[in-house]
Write a protein that binds this ligand. Structure first.
Ligand SMILES: Nc1ncnc2c1ncn2[C@@H]1O[C@H](COP(=O)(O)OP(=O)(O)OP(=O)(O)O)[C@@H](O)[C@H]1O
Ligand SMILES: [Mg+2]
Length: 414
């Protein structure tokens, strides 16, 4: 019997670095190891300190490996930040033998992404939306169809090459091969959205610590991706300033007593707030805290709404909005978001997997779980640079192990 494949995801978040190992079995994907540690080397989703990021990666990977009892050699890594941009493009190609072949499809996708990119940017994803064969549109799988002209509509995601290179560098210096760099909200979508939602039309909003990531699906295809550089850290720093309390306390107070909108909180509820500079703690109405949080939540959802309206797809989101990411755990956020967006809102955590699902059933794990799901569905679609390094594999068997990591170390040192 063939060995089950091991797939690992590495989510480099602004507040936490999370490694997840899963085993791909004939019955589905089983999470077998999870490691999550605070992240110190990232700002707004982008690596700003290689050494700190590497420390977090090592710690998270070690935790996940210990729990799983396997060694992680290669990972699917998530990327985010304001440098990421998405656009819809078209491509056209002649069908060479009057019947669409895989080569024709490859050519039309090549053609669709043939735009002059500035030297400091690179293509991350080319996500097909639909194919058109002669005049027949709405085709998902054109191979085998008869015709003379093949057209493709795609959503293309590009990123700053340096940001991607730094992210790769951090993982590779920890002895990990990066099988693929994946746009974080694309991964999150794999973890929390159903196929039905994608078909009917849905917006996924992943509100993390540093960024709010947006991805829109219409007719089962990605039509928009963007990143808004606001997240939970902004809420915490508002609370720290508003209540004149240290960041760590503000974070604790936000998580324990925070609420998305102050009208959702009872007028008489009080909270105790530690002060700075050795002054005694103060007791104050919980509403005061929520008055500080509310405008920032509104800012986030006004920005989300603005982006959705600008895309022109707002009338095509019949499944409404799905929110995920750690910040959506804020009390009352889905209800508040619904009022602010004028669309139905559901808060989602990863689903559709087995194993240690209880450990990862929280919105903060959407990206990490999504990365292993993405990895599972792209096992055969390795990157081109992979050909040069045949000893690596995007997937590993349980027994494969040390060799490739030592190999990476050798390349690093010599
Ligand atoms: N119960 C809670 N209520 C409010 N906020 C919360 C709660 N739990 C976690 N958070 C916030 O969620 C944020 C972390 O979310 P998440 O883990 O999704 O972010 P990240 O992946 O590290 O960051 P990013 O994706 O932006 O790079 C933190 O700002 C934290 O304060
Ligand atoms: Mg995140």
């Amino acid at each position: 019997m063939a060995e089950n494949e091991i797939i690992a995801g590495l989510d480099l978040g602004t507040t936490k670095v999370c490694a997840i190992v899963a085993e791909s079995t004939p019955e589905g994907l089983d999470i077998i190891g999870v490691g999550s540690v605070p992240s110190k080397g990232l700002k707004k989703g982008v690596v700003v300190n290689i050494e700190s990021t590497m420390q977090s990666i090592r710690a998270a990977v070690e935790q996940a490996e210990t729990m799983a009892g396997v060694e992680i050699n290669s990972v699917y890594a998530g990327v985010a930040g304001s440098h990421v941009s998405g656009m819809n493009k078209d491509g056209v190609a002649a069908i060479q033998t009057r019947e669409v072949t895989k080569a024709d499809v490859e050519r039309v996708l090549e053609q669709a992404q043939a735009v002059p990119l500035p030297g400091d940017r690179q293509v991350l994803h080319v996500l097909p939306q639909e194919y058109i064969v002669d005049d027949q549109d709405g085709i998902r799988e054109p191979v085998g169809m008869s015709g003379v002209r093949l057209e493709a509509r795609v959503h293309m995601v590009t990123a700053a090459s340096t940001a991607v290179a730094n992210l790769r560098k951090c993982a590779e210096r920890c002895g990990l091969h990066v099988s693929d760099v994946v746009l974080q909200p694309l991964a999150s979508a794999d973890a929390v959205l159903s196929e039905d939602e994608k078909e009917i039309g849905v917006a996924l909003v992943d509100i993390g610590g540093g960024t709010t990531d947006l991805i829109l699906y219409v007719d089962g295809a990605v039509v928009h991706t963007s990143v808004i550089p606001i997240g939970g850290i902004n809420l915490t720093s508002d609370v720290a300033q508003g209540l004149r309390t240290p960041m760590a306390e503000a974070e604790r107070i936000k998580i324990k007593y925070g609420c998305s909108a102050s009208h959702m909180v009872d007028e008489d509820e009080t909270i105790e707030v530690p002060s700075v500079g050795g002054r005694p703690p103060r007791v104050m109405p919980r509403r005061v805290l929520c008055d500080i949080i509310e405008p920032r939540v509104e800012e986030i959802f006004h920005a989300v709404r603005h982006v959705i309206v600008e895309t022109g797809f707002s009338d095509m989101l019949a499944s409404g909005v799905v929110v995920t990411g750690g910040t959506t755990l804020l009390d009352g956020m889905p209800e508040h978001a619904e009022a602010l967006l004028g669309l139905p809102v559901r808060r989602a955590a990863p689903s559709g997997i087995g194993g240690l699902i209880d450990v990862v059933r929280s919105p903060g794990y959407a990206t990490a779980v999504g990365l292993v799901k993405y990895g599972e569905s792209h096992i055969d679609g390795e990157e081109v640079d992979f050909v040069e390094e045949p000893e690596y594999s995007g997937v590993q068997t349980i027994r494969s192990g040390f060799g490739s990591r030592i190999g990476a170390w050798f390349r690093e040192v010599f």
